[in-house]
Ligand binder design. Structure first.
Ligand code: H2U
Ligand code: ZN
Length: 347
């Protein structure tokens, strides 16, 4: 099969869904929305920012004068710890069904500096963020009513991020949400059928071919997955079979900080803009059961397609039938791989 030129569909073994790839369409003319790029220059401290050290938040609390990272309970939390358990199923038909959902939502400030992003932060500071994520995973995951801890970052106004101050969120909740649940089933079945780990085996194939590899270090690899939906989607994998961030050793934590900086730097260099994305880590469920099948990884889902202002929309066929892409994952990986490792603003 000619994956470079003829239409085909690719299988995502983690979600067990298909994506349509139309490489022949990559050169078609485009006459659509043109957006203006976000402006770049920000102050190191913004008195109006609710995440800057010492400032007041919308909820009435005041931030401490923090000098590294800072974690607080989300003032407008989507989940609450103390909801009474309840089930709803009108006439028992499973048609009008609801369940109570308990959880905790926190915000993590990555740096006191308002103007930085992960791409522009020192590796040592990103390393502190890795430690905080790890401590939070441990602390929240230990709680009796919690079965999943989702660490994520929304970057850029295009992704609905409310504030440029470098920050992410953590939502920990009582049930395993849709995306990690699909992966859990896939990891489990793969282990049963093949006797190994789905992502260990996948990574071995990718490291052999190197076609979709973006960058790597001793402990991590970043690649555009074979089944990527977003144009410049990236899958970040630990090289060792490890199920969660708290299990990472010293050297691995350092390597994680390094590759987080490298991925975001390459992203920024692609269109010379602070690259928007949603990213998050997928760690083993926090359901207190052993999960030898799970492999720690992160997904980056950036919306941009062909410039700092032209994004991919998931519309039409994609909403009604299946996701689709024109530029191949191999071509996207090659572009990211050939970019400099040094940020365009610091060279
Ligand atoms: P974003 O990651 O989408 O920018 O969201 C930031 C979060 O910060 C958002 O969930 C919270 C919002 O509820 N927030 C506070 O907890 N306190 C504030 O003073 C403003 C925003
Ligand atoms: Zn700020």
């Amino acid at each position: 099969m000619e994956l470079r030129s003829s239409p085909h569909r690719r299988f995502n073994p983690l979600t067990r869904e298909w994506v349509l790839v139309s490489p022949h369409r990559a050169e078609r003319p485009w006459q659509g929305q043109v957006e203006t790029p976000e402006q770049e220059s920000l102050p190191t401290y913004d008195p109006a920012c609710y995440l800057c050290p010492g400032n007041a938040r919308a909820g009435g609390h005041q931030n401490p004068s923090y000098t590294s990272t800072f974690v607080f309970e989300n003032d407008f939390a989507a989940l609450k710890p103390d909801v009474p358990e309840a089930h709803f199923d009108l006439e028992g038909k499973g048609l009008l069904r609801a369940e109570s959902e308990a959880g905790i939502c926190r915000v993590v400030c990555f740096s006191p500096r308002h103007d930085l992003t992960l791409a522009r932060m020192e590796v040592a500071q990103i390393r502190s963020v890795v430690d905080v994520w790890s401590e939070q995973s441990l602390e929240l995951g230990k709680r009796p009513g919690i079965r999943h801890v989702q660490i994520f970052e929304n970057r850029g106004a295009m992704m609905g991020c409310s504030n440029p101050h470098p920050h992410g969120q953590i939502w920990a909740n009582a049930t395993i949400p849709n995306e990690p649940r699909k992966e859990l089933l896939a990891f489990g079945e793969y282990r049963q059928n093949h006797g190994g780990c789905l992502l260990c085996d996948y990574l071995a194939l990718e490291l052999k071919s190197r076609e979709r590899l973006v960058c790597e270090n001793q402990h991590f690899a970043a690649l555009v997955p074979f089944w990527a939906v977003w144009p410049f989607e990236v899958l970040l994998l630990s090289k060792r079979h490890v199920a969660e961030m708290p299990a990472l050793q010293e050297a691995e934590r350092g390597a994680l900080a390094e590759i987080l900086k490298e991925i975001t730097t390459r992203y920024d260099n692609l269109f010379k803009v602070s690259f928007p994305y949603s990213m998050g880590f997928h760690q083993q469920p926090a359901d207190k059961a052993p999960h030898p099948e799970w492999h720690f990884h992160a997904h980056y889902y950036p919306p941009l397609l062909r410039s700092a202002t032209i994004r991919k929309f998931m519309v039409g066929y994609e909403m009604l039938a299946s996701p689709q892409r024109d530029i191949t994952p191999e071509a996207a990986a090659e572009r990211l791989r050939l970019l400099p490792e040094v940020h365009y603003l610091s060279s």
